[in-house]
Every structure is written in C-alpha cells, then in structure tokens.
Design a protein around this ligand. Sequence first.
Ligand code: IPT
Length: 967
Amino acid sequence: MPVTYDHSYVEDFASGAGVLSPRAWLDDDAARVPLSGEWSFRLSPSLAEAPDDLLDPDVSGWDTIAVPGHWQLSGYGAPAYTNIDYPFPVDPPHVPTANPTGDYVRTVTVPSDWDGRRVILRFEGVDSRFAVFVNGESIGWSSGSRLPSEFDLTELVAPGNEAKIAVRVHQWSAGSYVEDQDMWWLSGIFREVNLLGLNPQAPTDVFVHATYVDGTGTLKVDSDVPGTVVVEELGLEFPTGFETPVPSVEPWSAESPRLYDAVLRTGGGDVRLRIGFRTIAIVDGVLTVNGNRVLFNGVNRHEFHPDRGRALTEQDMLDDVLIMKRAGINAVRTSHYPPHPHFLDLCDQYGLYVVDECDLETHGFGYEPQPPKLPNPVMDPRFEADLVERMRRMVERDKNHPSIVLWSLGNECGMGENLKSMYAFTHDRDPSRPVHYERDTHAEFVDVYSQMYTSLEKVTEIGEDPTSYRGLPFILCEYGHAMGNGPGGLSDYRALFDKYPRCQGGFIWEFIDHGLRTTKDGREIYAYGGDFGEEIHDGNFVCDGLLFPDRTPSPGMHEYIKVIEPLVIAGDTTGITITNRYEVLDTSHLTFRIVTEVGGERVGSGTLAVPAIAPGQTVTVELPPAATADVQPETWVTVTAELTESTPWAEAGHRVAWGQLRLDHPTGARHIAGTASSASASAAVAGAAATSSLPAEAVVGGEARHARSDAGEDVSAGANGIDVGSLGVRNLRLDVWRAPIDNDVIPGVSNAWLEAGLHRVQHRVVSAGLVDGAWEVVTRTAPPALQWGLVATWRWTHAQDGSVVLDLSVEPDGQYPAALPRLGITFELPKVSQVEWFGTGPGEAYVDTRAAAAVGKYSATVEQLQTPYVRPQENGHRIDTRWAQLDSLRVEAAPDLFGLTVRDWTTADLAKAKHAPDLVAGDTTYVTLDLAQAGIGSNSCGPVLPAQYQLKTAPASLSVKFSVPTD
Ligand code: IPT
C-alpha cells in the first residue's frame, strides 16, 4: 500500500530539511562508495502523476539512467533555453503543476568494515530540488542545484547490508526562482553521489588560513577535531588553532602556484591539505595578491559540454584549465554558481585566480521592482534564510582553496537586503577575501566595484577619478561579449587596464558556447534556444563563448590570447623592445626566436638573446645585423617568446607571446602598408564609403560586350588576351551588405541596413566608353524604392605586365545611410579549391579584431577560410590583403590593401542559414574584396560599436590588379 507523503517542500522557501551543516571539501580518510553509474529511473510529467511509492519502490519496468547526468540529455523531456525570462509564470514560490518529476532508485551494499562509522550520503549537485528516501524512511530534502547536500544515514543502514536509496527530483521548485542563470534548463542528479563512511572521531571541517607578506608566511589551521598540522617540506609541526610564523616560504599566485603538501593528524584520522600562502589586500584602492597589483585577464566559465550539459567529467575540467593556462588567461569567474569542487583543485594546482560565485540569479524579476510588481527574491524576507544559506554552503565548501581571491554573492539580482545579509555572513566568516557583487551599483557594501559591458568612455571615467565608488578597485565582471563573430575592441580595454591602476581587468563573457550537439533533419547541429521547440526562448544568445561547443578556439579566443599575452614585443628599425607584463615572473623561462621574411618568404631565422626581464620592465634588444642588411619592401621580423621547458600546462616550445615589426617602414608598425590604416577603422574608412555595384557583365561579361560595341573598343580583352571575364570572373559588382553578425543584430543595427535596402541593391550602367586611354564604366548602385545610391567609376587599363588594372572610385549620392557594414566588390569564380594570400592571417581579422593577425603568406582551402559560428554569420575576412591567388586568378593590391573574403555561398545564403549544415557549397565561389568593412564590437550585449570602427559612408577608392598567376 503506497504511503502518501507531503510534497509541500517543493514550494518551501527554505533550503532543505534533514540536511547536515555545510563543511569544507576535504581530502580525508573517509571511506567512500561512489554511487555513479546506472540508477533505475522513471520520469513523470507532473508531481500528480508521480506515484507515491518511493518508500518501497518496485523498479521492475523502470528504465535506467546514468548518474551523473541530466534527464533531458538522456532521452527524457527536452532542454530549454531562456536568458532572463522564467519559462513558467512568476508566482513565487509556486511552480507549474506540470512539474516534471524524476525518480531515481538504486541499492548499495554498505561495506561490512564500516562498523562504527558514520554513514553519510553526499550529493554534489542536483537540479533543482530533491527528496531522499532510504530503506523506507523519508530522510529529508535539499535545494541549491550547484551546492552539496549531505544526509546522515547512520541509523538507517547497517554494514554488510543493502541500502535502497530513492531520490525524487523536481524540475521546478521555489529554488528555481533564485536560479535564473542564462543557460539551458537541465534537471537531474548531474554531479556525483557518494556514500561516505566517516570515523566519528575524524575531523569533518577544517579551515586553513595561510598568509604571505614580504617573504614570510603565517599558517593556522582550524579544525572541529583538534590535532597536529605537519608541513614536512617546511619542517613545521604545530597544533590546530594556533597561528605559526613561516619564515622563507614561497608564495602562491596564479603565475607561480606554489603549493605545500601538509597533513592534519588527529586521533580520528588524517586530512591532507594543499597550502598556498598568499594574502589578498586592497592597498590604496588597488587589489593586490602578495603585494602585487593583480590584472584579471579572465573569463566567465559556465560548466558546459555539448553532450553532457553541466555534468562534466574530470577530464572536461582539466581541459578547461589547460585551455585557459595555455591561452594566458589568469582568472575565472564561476558564473553563476559554484563549480564542481574538482575544478577548484585544478585552479589551485595550475594557477588561476577564481571569483567563486554563489548559486543565485533572479534576473527575471527585474532589478528593483516596485509595487504592484512582485519584489525580487533578494528584497523578499521569505527568501533570506535560503540565500544566506546558499552563500554559507559555498563558502564552507570552498574556503580552503588558495585560488579563490574573491567571493561573489551571485549575478543579476538587483539590490536587496538579503544580499546585505549574505555579505555580512561572508565578511564575518572569511575576512581574508573581498566580496564582489556587480549590481551593487553604488558600491554600498561590496569590497570591489564591478560593472559589466561598460563602454570605454565609462571605464576611462572610473580610471580618471580614483575616488569614485568609495575608491574601490574596479573590475569588469563581464565584458567582451563573445557571441558569434567577436568580441571586438579588446585591445582598447587592455590599454585602459594598463593605464589606470584601479582598472584591474575583467572577465570575458564567456568561455564556451553552450550549443548542444543534436541532429536536425538527419544532420548534426549545435542546438540553441528554439531548437527543442521551446515556447519562449532566447535563440543563440546561449552561444557566446570564446570556444565553440567542442572546445576548439574561435577567432575571439585567438584575439584574446594576443591581447592579454604577458609580453609586449614591438619595435622599429632601431631595435626590438620587450616589456614584461607578468605579475611575478621574469622572462628567464622563455626562449626568444626571430624570423625575417620578405614578402612572406623566409630569409633568416635564429634565436634572440634577451636578458631576463623583471616584471614591469622593458628592454631593447638590437636587431640582428642580418635582418637589417638588405631591407626590401614588405620585410617583416617576427619575434616569438616560447617556453624553454615544459610546464604542467604546456609543452616546451609553447608560444606565450609574439610581435612583428616591419623593417621597410620607418615606424616598424605592424599593420601599416603605406597608409595609416592599422588598428583604427578610420583610416580604412578613408577608403570606405559609398556603395556601388557593378554587374560583372557590365564590364567584362555579356553586358560588357554591349558596352564595348557602344564604345567601339575592347580594353578588358587586352593585347595579351587577358580579360577579367576570361579569368573566370563573373558577375562583378559593388557590395554593401554583410550577413549580420550577432553584434549587428541585437540592437537593431542590421534593421537599419535592411531599411536602407543594402541587402537588395540594383545596378545600372550609366555610361561606358574609352576615357583617357581607360575603359571607363560608370554605374549607379541603389536599392529599390529609395532615393539614394552610390555612383561608381570603374576604370580598366592594362599594366605593362599584361594584367588588368581596376581603379574604382565611389561617391555616395542622395540621402544615403550614414554608415555601411561593408564597401567592397564581389564577384564569382568557378569553384575555387585553394586560396593563397599574402596579408594577414592565419585567422579572420576585422578592423577591431586584428591583434592576433600576423602579416605573412598563407594558404587554405575555401572551407578552411570559413569560421563555423554556431549561428552562421559574416566571417572569414582577412584584412589588409596584399595579394591573393584563387586557383587560376591572381588579385593584387595596386597599391591599396583590400579585405579578402572567399566562400562557397552567397551572403544571402549565409544570412538565411540557422545552423552550419544549412550552408551547402555549389559550383561557384564568391569572392569579396573589401575597400573597408565595419568593425565587430560587442554590441550584442555591450556598448555600440565605437565611432572609430564604424564605416562612414563617404567617397572611397580602390586599385587592384587581376592576372593569371605566373607560377
Ligand atoms: C549578463 C549576464 O550576467 C550573463 O549571465 C549573460 O546573460 C550575459 O548578460 C549575456 O550573455 S546580464 C545583461 C543584462 C547585461
């Protein structure tokens, strides 16, 4: 006979019942039976339909499911994505009656040698709320999806006997109201479950306090069971509860994560500790670790795997840490919940500063709602105990990790008294770490001031007035929104972090795209919001990482690596300057190599002797005489700094920094080729302006023949028989549109483009004929229904070498739009197999995402030139191309540099595609040579594209040469 039990806990404001007090994550002598693996499983669509049989479940006929895991990724129900909105009515603490309920059951034999032990059932993470039944008893419930919960089973189980464990998991609960993070809604037991056998005399909670000031440390270990602390390596042995001075100790930092193995010995058993001596302090408004100013080159990390969701393996966590370390990332904000504890162990070990964030977000309420709106849970006293308990559970679990330098109360909750209570608890329990909370916009109670997606102007303002916001250190807990193609402008932020001591860096939003691997119409895709039929969703806003879902780096990651690299290598013809931007390391662990290239061909290479440079110092090294002996046009010197020896996170030879200087240019500047283009868009924009299109036929194809007959002369088919049409060039025209990137879409920039008709311009030949020895065609490119256009003059001549030279000039006409996404010429070629080019590479680069682009000679297939953004969009542009060879066509800057984009589909196809497999190559390749293109920015969640990166409509010109390759 099933027993009916009370489900009112699902809508209870509390955190749980029958749960043990939170405590530190310890490497102790507790015996452990892992309960990962297959559990019997049953999903009911609602609580009402979930049988009341968990006191004595008969699992015959049930399915099985892997624990840890999410049921939506195991064949039950479907994932759903919303950013801010709750996918259910906002009516706290109530949740829908159709509340999917997952029942998990398994048995475990309690080891027979556990006599006298306390038996604890520990859950590392269950989403969102769950009740536990053991051997016919209801033992309690817990909440807080990314927080651990422990239940004492000692009285219910017996060594040598089986224990039957049943867990009822609710997709929605009162807890869902405070777990409104921007991510997939995924339910279930998604972190490990363990049965622990504790010696009742063993310590259960330990708090390590280790400091470092000027070469000397202190160490104190508090333990609920007194004992002796032994640090063999330091010759230390002292009792718990007492602070011991530790002379001559090496400090822990992200760059040099020195850990000392220690052991706490007690009568009840040992606890192994890994001690990092470090002191976090705020000195004159600057956050310091061991007295050094910290600059956060950070990322926001969600736990994510394209198949497993938030159920990560230890290998996934290690992969993340190694990717970060190799990238030069030094900090991670655990957005927006405490990560799996193993991840924090890795941060201690490999060296990453951590902002550990509480499992709290209430974004869907709005920040400070006033009546008649409902109060935000952070303003609602009924939620206070749970919120403080959430903070307590995180701080107690994670307090012994030296990597954690800031506690964070949560994300996007607005302001409310409950946050102050969380702060008060935290500050009192652990005064050694400052507390962060971004929505404390007036810095009322936080220890560091934080903003997100701040404009360069505002960062400058905060830097210029170090007394504002109580004079606290300033960080950007989120910036550089890495959605789709982007983020742009990272170098500009870095320049401000270098300029203003209180501006201490930030955390890119975010580390990885949360695209779930699935199939649609038989093809594998990375799914985003809406792909699972969600009624309300936020589309691909969930794909905004520096990594693609499979953890391969996006161009944004390459850009970030370059922007944050620990050395700045620059210089000019008088020498190479190297600045050390490390916090504590000198450069003695690095080997410097130098390569000289002329026009992309290597003419010399070797190692470069560089003295050890101390942090913050700059040295100038002479260029090797061979490099300067015979300087030709496009002579480039590339200097790289690589690891001399392998480290725990990278092999010897791993590149940590590089720089390029140009020897045939007086300033040696990287991006310059005759003009002042380089890092600012404005110069490129000098060549950027109006649009005009020229149907290829008008010049060289069918219509050209009409034009020719009119003019009675054929210039495009010259003496050598070279004619652009005969080179395979078809349908040459002016092009003014790009497939909107996410940064163009969200604030509606791309709508303005559509209103201006940029996506459907038409072309008219105004005139064609011989003018001053050139075949000159004038066209007007304009959208239907509107009264503006771009008048282009195409002058075609032959060069001495037989190539065809195009001098194009463009003038805007009428009420033209103020800015354009691009101004270029697009033409078609029979399908191209290989593209070789001399310019920037190897990856894509735009005017504000070009830090990682090196000048050199590259080769790629058309497929390799595409960047597989989860939602297809403009990509693959190579800025400042000098020449490109596309199978049997060579295009050369003469002398203007152009942006090169080559793809096997049209811009319209790209704009229409929802997922990568929607793009199918045909037998035509589309080539765009841009005079200029607008920058990328970060406007999908951030400031508008800075004016210097916008492409203003203005007169523009371009000269290029077309020919048959000679080799
Ligand atoms: C900000 C959130 O904190 C983060 O979780 C994510 O949603 C990000 O935006 C966008 O991807 S909040 C935003 C309103 C600034």
